[in-house]
Write a protein of this length. Structure first.
Length: 401
């Protein structure tokens, strides 16, 4: 009998053991190569083992690994300054993960209302299909029963409404509301972009009711959609924004960004972290920005995204029994399938292509932002073969029925 794993069995892991990566490719222990369009679920924004990131991490590792936030931590001021220069934000708090960035965002919003004399305003309006992390507050914010079940009472203060339903948002605003929290493009919910009109309407509602608009750009941020942040497509700015994933390029790093006004209540002692803003993370985060902020980088993302969009649209036409719809923005792409999405994920894996399933029967393609047009075409050819296999299978089943 196989020996039982000493790990928590919280993941249905694929039977693949990767040993190393380079760019968009991953190599298994046995030397098989896979095209990685999952990228650690939008984490490896610059692919695997990017030389500039490796150099930054090694360079910092030889100097200083860790320093308490009781001191100035090398790289924090620089990274925060760079982030504030290119966004709406005036202030940044660094974390190790997306969920922690969201916790900071929620706390910042509550604290804002508290500091204004409204401790009763602690409710945040969130959206069906959302995913904000796995801490007790963020599972309550996400509101998904499958993540809440068995973990005791749901953390209070989150009021959920259907995604994109402005009337429902209006109806949910009460004297206890502190803010509205939304992913501009729902990731795990199935690559569902909010419309620009909806984002603008939320901004207006927040202004009218003195609510804070909180964006979760953990997955959609840092160049993923072809703009530095997804909300830029709608022309609005939030008051608070949580980021993670792409900013660390594979090193655990998140951040909560806020305007001076929103962050006003976050005084000394109100919040903290041991590892957040660690020198190694700062070195890598700064190195990621060197590349993403370089001239022409986001243009490259948009160009490659176009190659994907055109290729996927053609596959949708060719395999109507398998592919129902193509959605998303930039390199945050979703394939909605007519068959169970896991079947197409498996068929892609057979073709040595990695993708991630999501809600609403969607498959996520989240390739590294450095993916070339040629690599995109190579991936599309593999999706083509995978979809063809399933189309043939579904035709056979239909013939038997
Ligand atoms: C939109 C969004 N928010 C928050 C999180 C949570 O991030 P983490 O897993 O780093 O805590 C994720 C992770 O998938 C995410 O996609």
């Amino acid at each position: 009998m196989a020996e039982a794993s000493p790990l928590y069995q919280t993941y249905m892991r694929a039977p693949l053991r990767f040993e190393r990566g380079e760019g968009v490719w991953l190599t298994t222990e046995t030397g098989e190569r896979y095209l990685d369009f999952a990228a650690g679920i939008a984490v490896n924004s610059l692919g695997h083992a990017h030389p500039h990131l490796v150099e930054a991490l090694k360079g910092q590792a030889e100097k200083l690994w860790h320093l308490s936030n009781l001191y100035d931590v090398p790289g924090q001021e620089t990274l925060a300054k760079r982030l504030t220069e290119v966004t709406f934000a005036d202030k940044v708090f660094f974390t190790n993960s997306g969920a922690e960035a969201l916790e900071c965002a929620i706390k910042t919003a509550r604290r804002y209302q508290f500091t204004k004399g409204h401790p009763e305003k602690f409710h945040i309006i969130t959206f069906e299909g959302a995913f904000h992390g796995r801490t007790l507050a963020t599972i309550a914010a996400g509101g998904q029963e499958k993540y809440l079940e068995g973990f005791g009472p749901k953390t209070p203060g989150f009021d959920q409404v259907p995604f994109g339903d402005l009337d429902a948002v209006k109806a949910a605003i009460t004297d206890a509301t502190a803010g509205i929290l939304i992913e501009p493009v729902q990731g795990e919910g199935g690559i569902r972009p909010a419309t620009n009109e909806f984002m603008r309407a939320l901004r207006t509602l927040c202004d009218e009711h003195d609510l804070l608009l909180i964006l979760d750009e953990v997955q959609s941020g840092v160049g993923r959609t072809g703009k530095l942040f997804a909300h830029e497509w709608s022309g609005i700015t939030p008051d608070i924004m949580a980021i993670a994933k792409g900013i660390g390029g594979g090193f655990p790093l998140g951040a909560c960004l806020a305007t001076d006004t929103a962050a006003y209540g976050m005084k000394a002692g109100t919040h903290g972290t041991t590892y957040g803003g660690n020198p190694l993370a700062m070195a890598v985060g700064n190195a990621v920005l060197d590349i993403i902020l370089a001239d022409g980088f986001l243009e490259h993302v948009r160009d490659v995204a176009l190659v994907f969009r055109q290729g996927l649209a053609a596959l949708k036409d060719r395999y109507p029994d398998v592919i129902e719809d193509i959605r998303g923005e930039g390199l945050m792409l979703g394939i909605k399938t007519r068959i169970p999405n896991t079947e197409l994920v498996m068929a892609m894996r057979q073709e040595h292509l990695l993708a991630v399933s999501a809600g609403d029967n969607v498959i996520r393609l989240l390739p590294p932002l450095t993916t070339t047009a040629q690599e995109a075409r190579e991936g599309l050819a593999r999706i083509d073969r995978a979809a063809e296999t399933l189309q043939i299978k579904s035709a056979k089943l239909a013939a038997q029925a």
